[in-house]
Design a protein. Structure first.
Lengths: 249, 509
């Protein structure tokens, strides 16, 4: 199925130790145009993995390749086509969304005209028109997350990596974010997302990876995971709990 | 155990919060840092007592007399200290208004908000008194040691001063709220606090310059013009001075007066405090719209985008602006001195240059912390396709650009009088700013910009090094302006400080 598609992200033997191994020889292969959800219990190593992929943490071992670029040897080239969005949106309180997007466009060396057009589109899609020139300091969590998402998309990344992006969002904002991500995948982009909301993974993911103790314990479509656990038509929640229980046993 | 929700229970809660705030400010929570903090306090107390012994030992036997010069000197010193206390109290009151922290909990609890805020105001007074006593007690102790227990009355006077300073701070801040509203009060109150703190010293210095041509405050007090106009010996204006000298009735009057004024302010303002605090909390939630003039994106390199971002954030930081204004305000006395001296045809560079250089170093230290450590979106910067070296370079450029913007015009004006002095001043500004930035780079620790007030807790070494480095560069510039080759000596000291910082810097930085 994936043979004809380019690999968007590949990790081989990825390892990171804190006081104990947080990520323990992780091999991941995610293809272009794929919506991939990374699931796992708290402390499984999901966030550590993603932070290493986007260059926020230096791995203790292993390799990371993004769209054929060695992300450890050529981090700037890899970052140029990658976007990162965490659960706690980090934006500047004293900047307006428009100024924030202009700043991000500058960091990613996007031409002014292209960035401006893209910023206008994003601000429109995310319903931020009325707040585009208002400082972010009074924004709600959902509004901040939208601004951060717009910042992540303004440079038109090939690979978008999101860590719990729906945490704390209201239903309307969550739907908006999901629609924007679906749109990106439809246009050929790759989305990798961690979430604790299993219904989201069930509905949106092309493939799901389950991590426990820093290792990939299962991977595939929801159907493949069900087959693997022998849970039949069970929900992803049942399947996930069965996989994690097996790994712990 | 006290009954919950009573005044004493609330006071106990406030005391616990205040104590933890103080210890965390001094130790940043580390056990080793706590030991170091205790050691530093012991050293400080001993050094202050030695210093106090040198300064006030000879005054311990002064009688409660009617010498107007003594009364004037003591009263002026008290007024000066009171101005600083008022400044500190205003800063505390403003902070309590604008810090949301437990406001939701307080205002949704069944406890009377008036009661809670009354206790909180008393805490501000307590904090101000503690800070004042910390600095005054070595002097009082030395006076008691050499002059007898009558000097213990000074403790009562200091407490009364803290009480009145808090009361006036409350009145001023609440007055500002009513006059200009919650949005503008924060910035204006910070500026007023800074100006009050600095203004009295500066005013006296300017007076001294005009009357004696020196920066000595005491010269102004000795002027016959002033001595002829002071009130009679029996005037109530001298009550605090008499109280300090051990007059019991004066002490009772001052202490009672202080308590009554504070109690009156608490009664008057505690009811409105919740209302104003809510309005202040609403400010952070209220929209601040920028002009729509920036609709067009401009082509920018990562470095240019970073510099612009830093400058925008600095420009929109009200606290920083008030601090910068204060730095400039401190330059006023030497500027006046320069004017007075030039009028008589004598060089005054030696006085002006080190003040400017030191102020530049201090400003650069603050800006460098905000730009380099106080990054609110570290993940965004780290995930951007820009090398860490380029990010750091752009931030350093933003800091030095900010310093140049403030101090460049001063050097330019100086060039009209003497090109050599202007060059020395400019080099001094660059050196002091670069040194302060270097120290911040060596000790950088990721933090939010809102933690600026607590930046000193991250490293005492960096704090002291920053101050000593500024002093050393100021001395270098002053001697070089002479001109004299002996400027190499303070320069060597300044470079040694930087070398020491490089050696002891945390390796993770």
């Amino acid at each position: 199925m994936h043979a004809s598609r380019p690999v968007s992200l590949a990790t081989r033997g990825l390892r990171k130790d804190f006081e104990r191994p947080a990520v323990d020889g992780l091999d991941l292969t995610i293809y272009g145009g794929e919506f991939y959800c990374l699931l796992g219990p708290n402390g499984a190593g999901k966030t550590t993995t993603l932070r290493m992929v986007v260059g926020l943490l230096r791995p203790d071992g292993g390799t990371i390749t993004i769209d054929g670029i060695d992300a450890l040897a050529r981090p700037e080239d890899a970052k140029q086509i990658t976007a990162w969005l965490s659960d706690e949106p980090m934006i500047y309180e004293k900047l307006t969304p428009y100024e924030y997007l202009e700043f991000v466009a500058g960091l990613w060396r996007i031409g002014a005209a292209a960035a401006q057009a893209r910023a206008r589109d994003l601000i429109g899609w995310l319903g931020l028109e009325d707040q585009a020139h208002t400082r972010c300091e009074g924004f709600s969590k959902g509004m901040r997350q939208k601004v951060a998402l717009a910042g992540a998309l303004v440079h038109d990344p090939k690979l978008i990596i999101l860590d719990e992006p729906l945490t704390g969002l209201d239903a309307g904002s969550a739907r908006l974010v999901k629609n924007v991500l679906r749109e990106r995948v439809a246009q050929g982009g790759t989305v990798i997302m961690t979430t604790h909301i299993l219904e989201v993974a069930e509905r949106m993911a092309d493939r799901i990876g389950v991590i426990a103790n820093g290792r990939l314990i299962a991977e595939g479509t929801l159907e493949e995971l069900r087959v693997k656990t022998g849970t039949g038509v069970a929900s992803l929640e049942d399947t996930f709990l069965a996989l994690v229980a097996d790994a712990a046993a | 155990m006290t009954t919950p929700a009573t005044l004493t229970w609330l006071a106990g809660h406030e005391f616990r919060l205040g104590w933890r705030d103080l210890t965390s400010l001094m130790t940043a929570g580390g056990r080793r840092r706590r030991r170091n903090a205790i050691l530093a306090i012991v050293v400080f107390v001993v050094a202050m007592h030695a210093f106090a012994n040198w300064v006030v030992k000879n005054y311990a036997t002064i009688d409660i007399g009617a010498d107007p010069l003594i009364l004037l000197t003591i009263s002026s010193t008290l007024l000066l200290s009171w101005a600083l206390l008022l400044s500190q109290a205003m800063e505390s009151v403003t902070r309590i208004f604008y810090t949301r922290s437990d406001l939701d909990l307080i205002l949704t609890s069944p406890v009377s908000a008036r009661k809670v805020f009354a206790v909180r105001m008393a805490r501000i007074a307590g904090g101000a008194a503690m800070m004042a006593l910390l600095l005054a007690s070595p002097f009082i102790n030395v006076l008691v040691w050499h002059g007898g227990p009558r000097w213990l009355a000074a403790y009562g006077v200091v407490a009364a001063m803290a009480a009145t300073a808090t009361a006036v701070a409350l009145a001023l801040t609440v007055g500002l709220f009513r006059l200009i509203g919650a949005r503008r009060t924060r910035l204006i109150a910070q500026i007023v606090a800074a100006v009050i703190g600095a203004g009295f010293v500066i005013g006296l210095q300017i007076l001294a310059i005009f009357s004696g041509g020196t920066l000595s405050r005491m010269a102004a007090l000795h002027s016959p013009w002033l001595l002829e106009r002071v009130p009679e010996a029996g005037s109530f204006m001298w009550l605090p001075a008499y109280a300090i000298l051990g007059d019991r009735m004066a002490l009772i009057a001052v202490a009672l007066g202080g308590l009554i004024i504070l109690a009156g302010a608490i009664l008057l303002f505690s009811g409105r405090f919740g209302e104003h605090a809510l309005a202040a909390a609403g400010v952070s939630a209220a929209a601040v719209r920028q002009r729509r003039g920036s609709l067009r994106f401009r082509p920018r390199s990562p470095a240019s985008a970073l510099r612009r971002k830093e400058w925008l954030l600095l420009w929109r930081d009200p606290w920083l602006i008030s601090q910068t204004l204060m730095q400039i305000l401190y330059l006023l006395p030497p500027a006046v001195l320069l004017y007075v001296t030039f009028r008589h045809g004598t060089d005054a560079f030696v006085v002006l240059i080190p003040v400017v250089v030191m102020a530049a170093g201090q400003l650069a230290g603050g800006l460098a912390w905000l730009s380099i450590s106080g990054e609110d979106a570290p993940d965004l910067i780290a995930a951007a396709p820009v090398t860490p070296a380029r990010v750091l370079t752009a931030k350093i450029e933003a800091v030095l650009g900010g310093v140049a913007l403030v101090f460049g015009p001063l050097a330019a004006v100086m060039a009209f009088e003497s090109v050599y002095a202007a060059v020395v001043m400019a080099l001094g500004i660059v050196a002091a700013s670069a040194a302060a930035t270097f120290i911040q780079i060596c000790f950088r620790a990721q933090a939010r910009r809102s933690q600026f007030r607590r930046r000193h807790t991250s490293s005492r070494i960096a704090t002291f090094a920053e101050a000593f480095s500024s002093v050393a560069w100021a001395a270098t510039a002053a001697v070089a302006a002479g001109p004299s080759v002996f400027a190499l000596i303070p320069m060597a000291v300044a470079l040694s400080i930087l070398l020491g910082i490089w050696v002891v810097r945390p390796r993770a930085a």
